[in-house]
Design a protein around this ligand. Structure first.
Ligand SMILES: C[S@@+](CC[C@H](N)C(=O)[O-])C[C@H]1O[C@@H](n2cnc3c(N)ncnc32)[C@H](O)[C@@H]1O
Length: 317
């Protein structure tokens, strides 16, 4: 099936009942087709996000990948250059997961509106969301169930979700469309680059990192997301008073989180050690099952120290 932009940039695929609506991120409202195409080169949105370069037009991402000799694990053609040998250690490995028809349909219908393309330049998040509101960033939202629940329960906040895995991005697009959420945006890219290049210092009210990949083998611990350099970067992006909330069901990783966040001079623990789960973090089915089986879950919540010190000063005055 063909899906392409008309010369004037309008979406020219025949309209089907199942993709009647989409979210217009520029004007912060839901609309009916025609929707604007992200670029005028005739490729599907997924192809443009994933490949940038060659002209491809097909709806099946896995077919796109295999036809071009790529797997999601590679993400790009083989590269034997000096730069490739010094590639940074990533906290994820892209698997060639199957993208369901529904995920792909919502991905392509929604990302033009709620997707924020990765561009290595500082972004004004109020402009991205079309309003002034507290901004919460989530790293690695997985299939997005928690993101959608938290965003639904807190319409006063804006949520910027970052995830690399296409089925998860498609899944969150679907949840956002079904609940008509206006306060969610998605960047599909490595969160480390996004934080460093796109997020400006002292702009975030909060950061959520729920159940990051535990990388249980000792030789893989270097891939864990919660490491001193990333935590320092996160702390620099928090507004005074902003918080970082991590949760894990892996005890050894929980201890690492506590140690690394405690060592960051800009942050202060909100509890003596681990925190009770705050009401805003919903229990996932996976977590409920784990708890029934007697497994532990640990929440770690730190705040930007400046605001806490100010509050202490105010109490003493
Ligand atoms: C174990 S899953 C947890 C998903 C979700 N937070 C939950 O609670 O179910 C971790 C997710 O983080 C994503 N991830 C890991 N490192 C990432 C990075 N550097 N940037 C963006 N996403 C990342 C992975 O693709 C994966 O979907």
């Amino acid at each position: 099936m063909q899906s392409a932009c008309a010369p004037d940039g309008a979406w020219k695929r025949p309209i089907r009942s199942r993709d009647k609506i989409h979210f217009d991120g520029t004007h912060n409202q839901w609309r009916t087709p025609p929707i604007p195409c992200p670029a005028d080169d005739g490729r599907s949105y997924g192809a443009q996000v994933l490949f940038g370069g060659p002209v491809l037009a097909d709806h099946r991402l896995d077919r796109l990948l295999s036809e071009n000799g790529l797997s999601e694990e590679q993400g790009s053609p083989p590269d034997s250059s000096e730069g490739a040998r010094h590639r940074p250690i990533r906290s994820f490995v892209l698997r060639q997961g199957r993208v369901s028809n529904a995920q792909l349909r919502y991905y392509e219908g929604m990302m033009a509106g709620i997707g924020v393309p990765y561009v290595a330049a500082p972004h004004d998040l109020d402009t991205v969301f079309g309003r002034r509101a507290p901004k919460i960033l989530e790293i690695g939202f997985g299939m997005g169930e928690t993101t959608a629940l938290v965003a639904t329960a807190n319409p006063q906040n804006d949520y910027l979700g970052i995830e690399v895995h296409t089925p998860g991005v498609g899944s969150l697009c679907k949840l956002v469309a079904e609940s008509r959420l206006a306060n969610v945006r998605i960047v599909q890219h490595d969160a480390v680059d996004v934080l460093r290049e796109m997020i400006q210092p002292e702009t975030l009210s909060g950061v959520h990192i729920f159940f990051p990949d535990p990388w249980p083998k000792a030789r893989h611990h270097k891939r864990r997301l919660i490491q001193p350099p990333l935590v320092a970067l996160l702390a620099s992006r928090l507004q005074p008073g902003g918080y970082i909330h991590c949760a894990t069901d892996w005890e050894n990783y929980a201890e690492q989180m506590l140690a690394v966040l405690s060592a960051e001079p800009l942050l202060k623990n909100t509890a003596d050690a681990f925190s009770p789960r705050p009401d805003y973090r919903p229990l996932t089915k996976f977590e409920q099952r784990g708890l029934r089986l007697g497994h532990g879950v640990w929440d770690v919540i730190f705040r930007h120290r400046q605001a806490l010190l100010q509050a202490e000063d105010d109490r003493q005055d």
